[in-house]
Design a protein around this ligand. Structure first.
Ligand code: DLL
Length: 436
């Protein structure tokens, strides 16, 4: 197959040349970083005061890590590496704990981000002939503008629909024969339920592809989206601190997410010991920006857990692939001493026929024990059937979950579209246990 690519010279570059490019970019990045009070101090602590002292790519390992906490402390200008006049945009993120962080961009930063997103879009086989409906929020959230610029660069017809207003989304899809959408996986599943409600067969739309990301999701969820809409769904990974979308993306072959290594140095570390792990061992993703001038970040601890996908991707790109993100280290739930990732619950649920597309995980304290309650929507037809059918399904789900996560949950079955739904990132876990 002829592999579609936006920038073949970079995407298929020999590994050695790619690493030479990374080294040159790392030196530039350190020079930029040294312009910020934050990194001047941090790098001086490890004896690094001149970018020329970087001799090899491995020198990155002597640099200190940067954390979300550091970004919060440096807010608003401690990590700004250029004159204010050179900044053309900023994105802030407030996160769930409130304290804001900010990433600044020069025009050059925006151009390189746009190029990275254009590469992602084209890697999935999308072209200028596609109609692209961008269903993620525009504004400070990076999903909207990030994909918008990249898709326009490719020459697609872009519909900046933003998130929410499902009936209008459907109308736009029908009127303009949308062929590609970008949304969180949870929103696409919700949209499918809306289509069914409005008596529209999702497979009658012109839709061919979806870019799904911004939240963890299982392979089973991807398959569900693919089969409900009869399309291909491509996983997209990114985070505001690294621009936003455009960090890593699946190509046509869906063998893992190619991470653009001319723009980021990828390391996977053990989140406890902070030691780099061998290839393919699961751990925390750590990224260093290589192209960003206004807010360079060195060894940023993403908290996202993944590992390198092994083997060779038939597309021929040299940029290494991340396996599907497993979740965040801070998502880990400890239930009566057992470690459980919400993604394990999701992948079990999505395998069960009759189980719908929205679910909620609730944990409460009962005496000294934790109680896990899984609420899931199921097909409406099941509520019209014999009550024993629902009892059996409830028990079946509970048993399947017990064997997957080693904790037997209570299960509640709900009507379609009755559980709370968010238009952006889904909130799947409600932890009602008292904090210590
Ligand atoms: O979510 C950027 C983005 C927008 C990515 C649209 C993809 C598509 P933040 O709001 O800063 O930025 O959230 C970043 O979301 O650290 C992960 O924990 C999670 N995340 C993003 N993409 C994926 C994915 C955007 N494909 C945080 N799979 C990241 C799993 C993801 N988790």
């Amino acid at each position: 197959m002829n592999t579609p690519a936006w920038n073949p010279a970079i995407e298929f570059m020999e590994r050695e040349a790619l690493e030479r490019l990374q080294l040159a970019s790392l030196r530039k990045t350190v020079a930029w970083a040294l312009k910020t009070p934050f990194y001047r101090q941090r790098l001086a602590e490890v004896g690094l005061t001149r970018s020329e002292d970087i001799i090899s790519l491995r020198d990155v390992r002597n640099m200190p890590y940067t954390t979300k906490e550091d970004l919060r402390e440096a807010y608003p200008e401690g990590l700004l590496a250029v004159d204010r006049e050179l900044v053309v945009r900023l994105h802030t993120s407030s996160g769930t704990t409130g304290a804001p962080t900010v990433i600044y961009h020069t025009q050059g930063d925006i151009d390189s981000w746009t190029e990275l997103v254009a590469r992602c879009v084209v890697a999935t086989g999308a072209t200028r002939r596609d109609v692209f409906q961008n269903m993620t929020g525009y504004g400070l959230f990076t999903g909207g503008l990030g994909l918008h610029y990249g898709a326009e660069q490719v020459g697609m017809l872009v519909i900046p629909a933003s998130s929410g207003n499902s009936s209008r989304q459907v109308r736009l899809m029908q009127d303009f024969r949308t062929t590609v959408v970008h949304a969180t996986p949870s929103y696409l599943l919700h949209l499918q339920a809306v289509l069914v409600d409005e008596d529209i067969d999702p497979t009658d739309l012109a839709l061919q592809k979806a870019f799904i990301g911004a939240e963890p999701h299982s392979e089973e969820t991807r398959r569900r989206i693919e089969s409900l809409f009869d399309i291909k769904a491509y996983n997209s990974y990114g985070l505001s601190e690294m621009n936003g979308p455009g960090v890593a993306f699946e190509c046509l072959h869906q063998t893992g997410l190619h991470l653009w290594e001319d723009a980021y140095i990828l390391e996977i570390i053990d989140p406890q010991t902070l030691q780099p792990l061998a290839e393919e061992e699961p751990g925390e993703v750590v990224l260093t920006t290589l192209q960003r001038q206004a807010t360079p970040l060195l060894r940023y601890r993403t908290r996202d857990l993944s590992h390198l996908a092994g083997g060779y991707c038939p597309c021929g790109r040299v940029h290494r692939r991340l396996a599907r993100l497993q979740g965040r280290s801070d998502d880990l739930l400890i239930i009566n001493g057992v470690n459980v990732f919400p993604s394990q619950i999701e992948s079990t649920l999505m395998k069960v026929p009759g189980v719908g597309t929205n679910y909620l995980i609730q944990i409460e304290k009962r005496g000294s024990l934790d109680r896990l309650l899984v609420k899931t929507e199921v097909d409406a037809s099941l509520f019209a059937s014999h009550p024993r059918t629902l009892d059996k399904l409830r028990e079946r789900i509970s048993e399947l979950l017990r064997s997957a996560i080693l904790v037997k949950p209570a299960v509640e079955l709900h009507q379609p579209r009755s559980l709370p739904m968010s238009e952006g990132k889904a909130r799947r876990v409600v932890d009602l246990r008292p904090a210590f």
